[in-house]
Design a protein around this ligand. Structure first.
Ligand code: B16
Ligand code: MG
Length: 213
């Protein structure tokens, strides 16, 4: 096997909570009187909560204090968590579930490398709380993607070197993070077009072909 471990981004790879992020940010922005749309939302993929807010505030008509920003980020998160509470194992795509199980059978160590502070809640809602060998997320990092910290910590949790791990990402910032951490990567969605991605893939199940190749 070319790799011993696989580190998965969560949002956009294992689950699809983009619309929940969008709707929660949109409500916060509308109530605060700040313009926000799906194009701006695309720039928030893989980016931390506070950095996402800073991007949204580029369209604000005044400067917000740190305390005000905390309050806005908390408001968005409360709305977002309400959506997450409605998720269930039925929201885990069969293709994702079966591929993860097949990769596990092959003998890979499997980890999560997500910017989200809600990663453990999402895994629990999907019925994946005990599935991964390690979870590195927004609660154990000080720098968000494109910094490689979240993936370096995931590799450390797996007791593997970056070269022994493959990172799976949907965000351009996530591929940048993988590259600067010394990881090979598989890019899905927008990340498949990154010029430095090792394996562009169109479907999650193609990870099984990488293992064979
Ligand atoms: P939270 P990922 C990222 O998750 C999302 O893509 C990004 O849109 C979000 O702002 C970030 O998590 C922080 O999420 O507010 O829940 O801490 O793609 O790195 O799994
Ligand atoms: Mg993502």
């Amino acid at each position: 096997m070319k790799y011993k471990g696989i580190i998965f981004d969560l949002d956009g790879v294992i689950c699809f909570t983009d619309q929940f992020h969008y709707q929660a940010w949109k409500k916060m922005a509308d109530e605060t009187g700040i313009y926000f749309d799906e194009v701006i939302n695309n720039r928030l993929r893989g980016v931390s909560r506070m950095e996402s807010l800073n991007i949204i505030l580029e369209r604000a008509k005044r400067v917000y204090s740190d305390d005000e920003k905390e309050a806005l980020a908390e408001k968005k998160n409360r709305l977002y968590v309400e959506f997450l509470q409605k998720m269930s194992p039925a929201d885990l795509k069969m293709e994702v579930k079966e591929t993860l199980e097949a990769l596990r059978r092959v003998g890979y160590k499997l980890a999560i490398g997500s910017s989200s502070k809600n990663a453990k809640l999402i895994l629990e809602r999907l019925g994946l709380d005990d599935f991964f060998d390690a979870v590195s997320d927004g609660t154990n990092i000080t720098r968000s993607k494109p910094d490689p910290e979240v993936f370096l910590i995931a590799a450390e949790y797996l007791k593997l070197a970056p070269k022994e791990c493959l990172v799976v990402e949907d965000a351009l910032a996530g591929i940048d993070a993988a590259v600067s951490g010394g990881f090979d990567s598989a890019g899905i969605g927008e990340a498949a077009s990154h010029e430095k991605v090792t394996y562009p893939i169109a479907r999650f199940s193609q990870l099984l072909e990488i293992e064979e190749g």
